[in-house]
Design a protein around this ligand. Structure first.
Ligand code: IMP
Length: 433
């Protein structure tokens, strides 16, 4: 008889920064393998264990459990220098990621210095119309993947082969940088040498991770798939063009790891108890007032990757419902509930008004979403500090009512409630696997 499949996907249901890192770190204790499947080091996953903070950008958030194998799937775009830095930092912190513990897909596309230069130059040229990217070269790398001119980890395995390919591509990129973007060009030897330095660490960790994950799942191992960014930043289903350049939902788990859809068992959608977004683009429930400032300060809402202040606003059930539908979310993890302590009343957006119409979905055009007005309902707040709550029954009645209303609006149960940044500050209502 075939072994039962144990796979759980953790996916962001808003505009990223939902606290996926914390939840993945928590669930990694029960997992054999944690795999990233999209995005790159534009992500910033903050983990706090016994008061000590670690921020990961590229390595899966299972890294702090020394028995968990970390996999970087082929759908991830890889900045090799950033990867080496992160491996070294984790090694110093007591979490070594030797070749047995970190596997990098041979299929990952490489973020090269010209991708970052192009990303940053384009943002500067866009002026007020900028997307507000992280400047990490994510968009240009995915563009090259689709245009079939990208360099991959597999190319990095042989230095002579890599240099030949890089020489051809760099010539074209330098021409674009110089003639179109009016930027300085990149020196071939410098780029090649930087890549070669990183390749020394990466080569022993390169694997056919699609096959590895398939064999792990079909032999009964527990695999956790870790999403980056969030549903509204999905290049197809998000608030285009104010999105990232990858799919962030369930489809990306399969395309970004090579694991078949039928091996994906459970999807946990992560949502904050309010909403944030970083970068430009429409945000109907945004609070440009002292409540927004308070959420930012209490919630430490500053980008883990760029340090930018995050825009903050009320909870938006329209956004959540779309994320649930697109990714087939099974259960929710509600994060940062503690940040709402002291606010009264709490507003929840249940729909949008567009002119005389009431709509319950996200319009396709960013300009239209910019013009909608949220329809709010009011809920009572609470003043009790939630940090020490270990069970649902420890929460004040108003907080329990707030959760119950979000469950009703989502049509799904909340299985995890996070009441503080530390791993321990979590109420788990049932096992994830
Ligand atoms: P890019 O992914 O760097 O191209 O940025 C595109 C948009 O996605 C910008 O608005 C970024 O701020 C946003 N973004 C990218 N990664 C994250 C993330 O991990 N959390 C939140 N926003 C992100």
């Amino acid at each position: 008889m075939a072994a039962p499949v144990h796979s759980v996907v953790v996916i962001g249901c808003q505009w990223g920064d939902e606290g996926k890192g914390k939840i993945v770190d928590l669930l990694s204790a029960e997992a054999d393998i944690v795999a990233r499947f999209q995005g790159g080091n534009n992500a910033g996953h903050t983990l706090v264990v016994e008061g000590k903070q670690t921020v990961l950008h590229l390595i899966p958030s299972g890294a702090l459990h020394t028995k968990t194998v970390c996999v970087i799937g082929g759908g991830v775009v890889l900045d090799t220098t950033a990867l080496v830095q992160e491996v070294e930092q984790l090694g110093v912190a007591g979490f070594p990621l030797g070749p047995g513990r970190l596997l990098v897909s041979q299929d990952c596309h490489l973020i090269l210095p010209y991708h970052k230069a192009i990303d940053q130059a384009r943002e500067r040229r866009r002026g007020k119309g900028k997307i507000g990217t992280t400047g990490r070269g994510i968009g240009p790398t995915y563009e090259d993947k689709a245009a079939r001119v990208g360099l991959r980890v597999a190319d990095l395995l042989d230095e002579t082969h890599f240099r030949e390919r890089l020489r051809v591509v760099l010539e074209e990129k330098n021409s674009y940088l110089r003639n179109i973007l009016d930027e300085s060009v990149l020196d071939f030897d410098t780029v090649a040498a930087e890549l070669e330095r990183a390749a020394v660490l990466i080569r022993p960790r390169v694997a056919d991770t699609a096959r590895y994950l398939h064999e792990a799942l079909t032999s009964g191992k527990r695999v956790l798939f870790e999403g980056a960014q969030g549903a509204m930043l999905d290049v197809d289903h998000g608030t285009y063009p104010y999105v990232t350049s990858s799919n962030t939902g369930i489809g990306a788990v399969c395309s970004g790891t090579g694991v078949a859809a039928k091996l994906v068992r459970k999807v946990i959608g992560i949502t904050k108890a309010y909403t944030t977004r970083v970068g430009s683009g429409p945000f109907p429930t945004e609070l440009s007032n002292e409540i927004g400032d308070r959420l930012r300060n209490e919630g430490g809402e500053f980008g883990a990757t760029t340090g930018r202040p995050r825009r903050c606003g009320w909870f938006d059930a329209v956004v959540l419902r779309k994320a649930i539908r697109v990714s087939g979310v099974d259960v929710l993890a509600l994060t940062k509930l503690d940040v709402l302590t002291g606010l009264d009343p709490l507003l929840v957006c249940t729909g949008y008004r567009r002119g005389a119409d009431v709509i319950d979905d996200v319009p396709a055009l960013a300009e239209e979403l910019e013009r909608v007005t949220p329809i709010y309902e009011e809920h009572s707040g609470w003043t009790q500090d939630l940090g020490d709550c270990k069970r649902l029954s420890d929460l004040p009645p108003a907080a329990r009512k707030y959760i119950a209303r979000l469950e009703e609006l989502a049509g799904l149960p909340v299985e995890i409630v996070s009441v503080g940044p530390d791993r321990a500050a979590t109420i788990s209502l049932s096992p994830a696997f």
